[in-house]
Design a protein around this ligand. Sequence first.
Ligand code: NDP
Length: 327
Amino acid sequence: MFNALLLDQTDGKTTAAIRQLEVADLPVGEVLVDIAYSSLNYKDGLAVTGTGKIIRSFPMVPGIDFAGTVVESASDRFQPGDAVILTGWGVGERFWGGYAQKARVKADWLVAMPAGLDAHKAMTIGTAGLTAMLCVMTLEEAGVQPSSGKVLVTGAAGGVGSVAVQLLAQRGYHVVAVTGRPETHEFLGKLGAKEFIARETMLQPARPLESQCWAGAVDVAGGSILARVLAEMDYGGAVAACGLANSHELHTTVMPFILRNVSLRGVDSVSCPLSRRTQAWEHLAAELPESAYADLGKVIALADVPQAARDIVAGKVQGRILVDPNL
Ligand code: NDP
């Protein structure tokens, strides 16, 4: 028997409870994993609180990522004892996820733990951190370099934002952090942010073109914040857009694209091909300083997940939250 947080739905309301399951209850799959850590991402917050239509079939074990050790494997790629990471692929949405002591998944969804990381470090990074790294890679593929100018990170005190601040600062960028919480300035300064802009400022409606401020931007917000970011980009600048913390809508004009050669690039971590996600994990393992893991993450138990889920949806979480199903 093992513990899992199980979501159910009654009268359209999502409920969460810790249940004891048997391995035989797990869905079919090639690899059985003992989970050491999962993490809490914005999407998990929506799923556990039932705020967003993330989960359509119940009962469901949420948790869109996990790291642990292979127990059984029907795949040549993995042997019992191998350390592995899973993020995305609909796990914790359409397939049972990481808020449990065990999971059974497809081998193709797993990434071998890169040298230099362990389960705790991998889930301090988690889906949010992987997405941050994919955003940094995307900006550099668009030609953005530390010498190009300042880079902006929106939703900076959240999961994706805080890791993006740390990674960009580590690569030598002058990072400007947008946050709605002035009390996080000290935390963000420790991660490497050099300047701060209030979220309210970025929410102001933008003209089609504003003064040029940013060589690159990582945007987790969407909505009017992304519209303003686009209007403020330098000539030839690039924006990596990965989130919708403000809104899924985007009302803008073509002016930044056709007069300033600005590019808007989408970033998805869920179906990101294995070769690219492996590359991203290797960069993360090599680049994040040891101090980042202590600065970024805090650990909670399965029983704490419902409250933490409400907090992340309310925008109250700072950095990353790890979930230890064995606590
Ligand atoms: P978090 O909740 O940890 O961070 C989001 C941050 O956005 C908050 O901490 C807050 O930062 C800011 N924020 C909150 N509400 C608003 C608002 N109404 N308007 C503007 N800013 C706001 O979430 P994650 O970092 O896990 O995820 C961020 C976004 O990225 C989400 O939309 C998520 O769905 C998306 N995402 C996308 C992925 C992909 O593959 N494309 C993968 C992972 C996440 P502050 O307090 O500093 O202002």
